[in-house]
Design a protein around this ligand. Sequence first.
Ligand code: IVH
Length: 662
Amino acid sequence: MASGATEGRAQELRSQIDEANYRYYVLDDPAITDAEFDALLRELIELERAHPELRTPDSPTQRVGAPPSERFAPYRHAKPMLSLANAFDDDELRAFDERVRKLAGASVSYVCELKIDGLAIAVDYRDGALERGGTRGDGSVGEEVTPNLRTIHTIPLKLREPVSFIEVRGEVYLRKSDFEKLNVKREREGLPVFANPRNAASGGVRQLDPKLTAQRRLSFFAYAIAEPPPEIATQSQALELLRTLGFRVNEHIRAAANIDDVITYCREWEARRDDLDYEIDGVVVKVDDLATQERLGAVARDPRWATAFKFKPREARTKLVDIQITVGRTGTLNPNAVLEPVQIGGVTVRNATLHNADYIESNDIRIGDTVLVTRAGDVIPRVVGPILSERTGKEKRFTMPDACPVCGSAVDHPEGEAMSRCTNAACPAQVVERVRHFASRGAMDIEGLGDVMAEQLTSLRLVRDLADIYALDASKLGSVPRMGEKSIMKLLAAIEDSKARGLARVLTGLGIRFVGEQTAAILARDLRTIDAVAEASFDVLQASEGIGPEVASSVRLFFDQPANLEMIDRLRASGVVLESTAQAPAGGGKLAGKTFVLTGTLPTLSRDEASALIEAQGGKVTGSVSKKTDYVVAGDAAGSKLTKAQDLGVAILDEEGLRALL
Ligand code: IVH
């Protein structure tokens, strides 16, 4: 039995972790560092392991791990989950408003909400604790998916205010950035990619194993209370109450006094939808006053008090003229669609991704087809599939070539993998990509060695592998067309400079599968020298934080190739530093003693990656801006933290500025 003190400590940890989660996931304003958070969670896990009787169902440790279920039980909605009628233009919005005003017998004000493109769910709380939740289904009966919903951090396990019973409704969605990462991972694992975040979210909620749901990193916006308590008179108040209870409510919701304000809001967000890290497909316009909502009622499944203004689709039909193959850094053969140029959402699209041969085959996409193409935000345009009614019979099926289109070597298509690969590690296409990656900003940062130069050096056979970069000299570079003496000197100086970047950057630059900046920084921090990394066993590698079997075996595979070891010897002989240059954080490091706050979305680094890079140099990353903050690193959609930094006169950096500092 746990002592009273232990029980008290468990309770304290639970509330500290709940608070930290709330600030991180709901307010987007973390107050403690990831490391501090991990320490609290670890302590609680240990306590609960030693004293299982302390493990409560609403403990933050219970977000993962419920056993898989065979199938879902039905979830009956006490009040039907309605759908919405659509309005496609201003006239239809005005017609909606006229109907509303006529029925209400007075003028009405509205609430405008972004229409999140995910899936609707309902969650019940009894005595303040999450009891059960389900999908919309047909509006009357959905599927009960409680263990899965418990893995979503923006769905509180416990409300922040005591409430005896409440049913909350909202949208589960997947952020665009998480969607991109998920698809990259699935592609690597040979699994089919998702066409859009909505499908991935919906599949995630309906996993039989909640652990798989947890991996998908879903999010939730609450937008309604099924039966609001009597003291709540308007939708705006209901949203405010949801916020108070600890839900994430979308921050762009706006009150509109009349239909002109509604139209302004719809136009504004149709133009700004790409600024968001989640997909929206329109605006939901709701009558604010709940008594008026009640009075207006519903026709069939559609309430008369709300409508969905639908944005213009970002899909178009065009002709698939050809499929061309490019060869990536790891030898993957990537099929790209060559399209008849078409306007989608204000952009001319000429190319789109087709992912891999399986995607082309399973969607039955043929050259000459009229195809549906979508462009969703910053996601690369993709071919969704053929319009079968437009087939003439002249379309041609696509087959992956047996030989690499660049070097002619054999192509391998391993069983169970989606990608085909060129088997020749010296394939010029692979070498160009590897050189480009090695010289890139996050790796060895060699200015002047960009796309064009990498291409020229490889095609002139001046560079056949990465070590050849350091064997370049003025006479060799003299043979590159249009290279003057000045540019030659500049490039050689940049190559020379890069030698001192240190182990983390070299490891990033080598382009080992699954070893990005963050993993490279961890390996460099823990193993210190390239020889130690090269000799580390599978188990030693896995002992490092965040390094799993997939990464460990990829690192082993790389260093088991004699050609790679020989190349590393040549890098060493040229004077490239192959040891970690970052001091242990306490001993200094370039950023020792400096405090950073990250806000917004950076163009290439995730929050975790940026933190790892800063911490590797001895810097500290905290959650909130104060006078003690040295730098705020701001990306897209940076919010109040940026304003605060400006007010306090704290130095503000963008990603490029951060990289320069590093
Ligand atoms: S209100 C009667 N608010 O859009 C009101 N729905 O057909 C019904 N959706 O499947 C829902 N964002 O999943 C509402 N802010 C929002 C929403 C929203 C997205 C979805 C919802 C539903 C569909 C409406």
